[in-house]
Structure formats: structure tokens, C-alpha cells
Ligand binder design. Sequence first.
Ligand SMILES: [Mg+2]
Length: 141
Amino acid sequence: MQTDFSNNNGSSGIKQDGTPYGVLIVDDSKFVKKQLGRILESEGYEVISTAAHGAEAVDKYKEMKESIDLVTMDITMPGMDGITAMEKIVQFDSSAKVVMVSALGKQDLVKKSFMLGASNYIVKPLNRDKVVERLSYVLNS
Ligand SMILES: [Mg+2]
């Protein structure tokens, strides 16, 4: 498979078979959910669903596993946090791809996430190009 991520024609969210990659967006901030959704949809990804806390994320992943190719997971949320939710999702499906969404300066939490099975991470405030590059990398590796 070609690994050319410089492709900027709005199609990095489309699989080789022409169907979109499905994403579950998890964040307690409506603003971040909307912002991330807009970035992903502009690249052809399909937002399968969103969740506002960890427990909802785990439930939705289990329910919609077949259509979810990737999860973006906020770390800090009320109730079940993102690291715990990611861990539960990876325990349920060892091939799950979960990308953590971290505030700046939380390297310790990012490191912990990697040890517990996260695929990668992105940092808030979100940079469009970096988000797209990171997700493409995760989906193609
Ligand atoms: Mg949060």
C-alpha cells in the first residue's frame, strides 16, 4: 500500500475501496467534538457517533464496533476518564485504534496511554494538518 500522506485533496478519510473510515469522537467538550468532526468530515471520514464520557464511549464502541475504524479519545472527562475508557476498549478489541486527545503539557498522561495500548495522540488546541496526518498514519500502519 502507498504511504503518501501528502495527499491533500480531501480524501484521506476514504479507504481504498472507496468507503469512508468510520470514527467515534469522544470528548466532553461540545466545541472540540464539533471542531474534530468538521476536520474529519472535510477529509471524507464518517463520524459514526460521539460520546461525552468514558462509559458512553465504551458502550458505543461495543455496540458499533463493526463500523468504527478509529476512536479519538479525550483524556480528561467527568466520570470515566479517557485513559480508562481506552484501556477497556483495547481489552474488548485488541485491534482497536484509539488516538488520545490531550491538552498541552500532559506528557505523563500521554506516556501512560501508550503503555496501556493507545495508538497515538493529538494535542489541543487542534491543528488541522497534524490531526489529519496523525490519523492517516494510524490507519495506514
Ligand atoms: Mg475534556
